[in-house]
Design a protein around this ligand. Structure first.
Ligand code: ADP
Length: 558
């Protein structure tokens, strides 16, 4: 019945533990690890990170284009505000336009059209350039015709826009080949809407390629870096017709650009039509970055998974240990109740027999009295152990240290056992040094430790019955040795036997009554005296327990 109940409890606890570990910890942990792994794999397969970076790049390009256009509009607006009235005479107009060219070295030509004439001025220092001169002549010739025909429509169209400016980007011939320029054409401020008057300014190709674009690209790239950190960016502007080309020759680039193709491009519109904006990382590609990220994530996840698994193993280990302790405790309860019952039954049996007066011989009576005394002593020892143990567990155990003649204490304690020892057929060897100095000890506790050790020696001996007790001094330590030639203790058990409730697996141990508390008490008592307990044992040969007590110890209370 007892066994069944214990088995059931143990099984139930184990089941509950497995269920808790399984459902509440292992399953979610495994699910978490699995979900993360598969998500990472999806990331890797679908290039999710790369797509996100591309989207981000698109956004950067859109913002860059917006800023570039804004700047171009603002510059044009400034020029527009300086334009002379169309009603001034030609000389005045020329002078005003020349002033504008001086103030705005980034312009190549400026012109003013009204229905009577087209005044066109070009940077004087550039007029020596063959291509510019030809361009000037071409414009002077064709622009009047152009505006004469289309001017009215252009003016009407412009008045409908938020900013009355049109840009006409395109190629221009220059000394070093084909260049890219854009020309702003606008209506003048503060003029009535029905007047067909147009102002215009052509941006200098050199200024655009060498100053304006590089500065804008640089600003965008660094702005993005400062906002979000991460890898430095490189940006370019290149002709749209190069999009498909094998190699791209950029019109302008930010400083970080070395070569190659951009990762993401955007067709520019309006002011700089015909050009593309491109972006990529400096020194790396989005793909490489994505791969590094995925690899790093896999590594981190792997590491965390290992930690989780380690944690689980540790938890299971600890819980198993706790469960083993719980089992030991329940063994302890059944052992103790058994141990209490046996002496009580014996005492009752012999007392009743004596009471009935059936025993006639004095010798028999003496024997019965002895049994009753012995059994009640066993009971007292057991109860003392349990009480001490519970005091220790509750942290209430107190020791009272007094300077004691330890030789006398050991001798007295053994004396009350001598009869029992010899009765059981033990050869008893006693070697007590009587010239020891007084040692600060708790008398009762040391006696209890000795009794426990002696009891164990008696309990765990089979064929060769020997008990040796030695008390001697070694330097500043008094040593108390209790030796037997009994069953001995396996090496792996030698440390554990001092733990509470622990009993070795030997069959003799199991057939012997015991609570597994004795040695844990001995150890506690020894430590309280600032001492050490050690065991030397060979299975089958015997054991020797050595209790070392310092002659002085720091927290003695005398
Ligand atoms: P108990 O004797 O009540 O089981 P103890 O704490 O005194 O508890 O001892 C713990 C265990 O140590 C014992 O169950 C036994 O296995 C082992 N042990 C103790 N002393 C000896 C000894 N002298 N010889 C062999 N085994 C011993």
């Amino acid at each position: 019945m007892k066994l069944k109940r214990r088995g059931f409890l143990g099984g139930f606890n184990r089941f509950r533990l497995m269920l808790t570990l399984g459902l509440a910890v292992v399953l979610p942990a495994a699910a978490l690890i699995y979900v993360n792994f598969s998500q990472l794999r999806t990331f890797e397969r679908d290039k999710v990170l790369e797509a996100a970076i591309h989207r981000d790049f698109q956004e950067v390009l859109a913002i860059t284009e917006k800023n570039i256009n804004k700047k171009a509009y603002a510059m044009t607006e400034d020029v527009r505000n300086l334009f002379p009235s169309p009603d001034a005479d030609d000389q005045e107009k020329e002078k005003a336009l020349d002033d504008i060219l001086v103030k705005s070295p980034w312009l190549t030509h400026v012109f003013l059209f009204d229905d009577k004439s087209l005044v066109l001025r070009t940077q004087p220092y550039q007029m020596s350039n063959k291509y510019i001169r030809e361009e000037h002549e071409h414009m002077a010739d064709s622009y009047y015709k152009w505006f004469d025909i289309e001017g009215k429509m252009m003016v009407e169209g412009m008045h409908k826009k938020t900013r009355p400016i049109n840009f006409y980007p395109g190629p221009a011939k220059r000394a070093d080949g084909e260049a890219y320029v854009t020309t702003a054409i606008f209506v003048l401020p503060q003029l009535s809407k029905d007047r067909v008057v147009l102002g215009g300014a052509m941006f200098d190709s050199c200024y655009l390629a060498k100053t304006f674009f590089p500065e804008m690209l640089e600003e965008s790239a660094t702005q993005k870096m400062n906002d979000q950190g991460g890898n430095p960016l490189a940006m370019i502007i290149y002709p749209a017709d190069m999009e498909m080309a094998h190699e791209i020759k950029p019109l302008a680039a930010s400083r970080g650009w070395v070569e190659g193709k951009p990762e993401v491009s955007r067709k520019m519109d309006d002011v700089f039509r015909g050009q593309m904006l491109g972006i990529k990382y400096q020194g790396t590609s989005v793909e490489a970055l994505g791969q590094t990220w995925v690899h790093r994530s896999f590594l981190i996840l792997g590491f965390l998974s290992l930690m989780i698994i380690g944690g689980l193993v540790l938890t299971k280990h600890i819980v198993s240990k706790e469960m083993a302790l719980a089992r030991l405790k329940s063994d302890f309860v059944s052992n103790v109740s058994h141990e209490l019952r046996t002496p009580l039954a014996l005492i009752r049996l012999y007392a009743e027999t004596l009471e009935l007066g059936r025993i006639t011989t004095q010798e028999k009576k003496q024997q019965y009295y002895r049994i009753i005394r012995k059994e009640s002593e066993r009971l007292t020892a057991l109860i003392n152990n349990i009480l001490d143990f519970s005091r220790i567990e509750a942290g209430h155990k107190e020791y009272e240290f007094r300077n004691t003649d330890i030789a006398e204490l050991v001798r007295n304690t053994l004396e009350s056992y001598r009869y029992q020892i010899e009765q059981q057929g033990f050869a008893f060897e006693e070697s007590i040094d009587s010239n020891l100095p007084a040692v600060p000890v708790d008398r009762e506790a040391i006696a209890r430790a000795l009794v426990n050790l002696v009891n164990n020696a008696l309990k765990y001996s089979r064929d060769e019955k020997f008990l040796g007790v030695k008390l001697y001094r070694e330097n500043s330590v008094v040593k108390l040795e209790v030796a037997d030639h009994g069953i001995g203790i396996a090496r792996r058990d030698q440390l554990k036997i001092f733990e509470k409730f622990y009993r070795a697996g030997d069959p003799l141990v199991h057939n012997t009554k015991g609570s597994g508390l004795g040695l844990s008490l001995v150890r506690h008592i020894t430590h309280a005296h600032g001492g050490e307990i050690a065991v030397e044992s060979t299975p089958g040969k015997g054991s020797k327990f050595t209790l070392s007590l310092p002659l002085h110890h720091k927290d003695q209370r005398i």
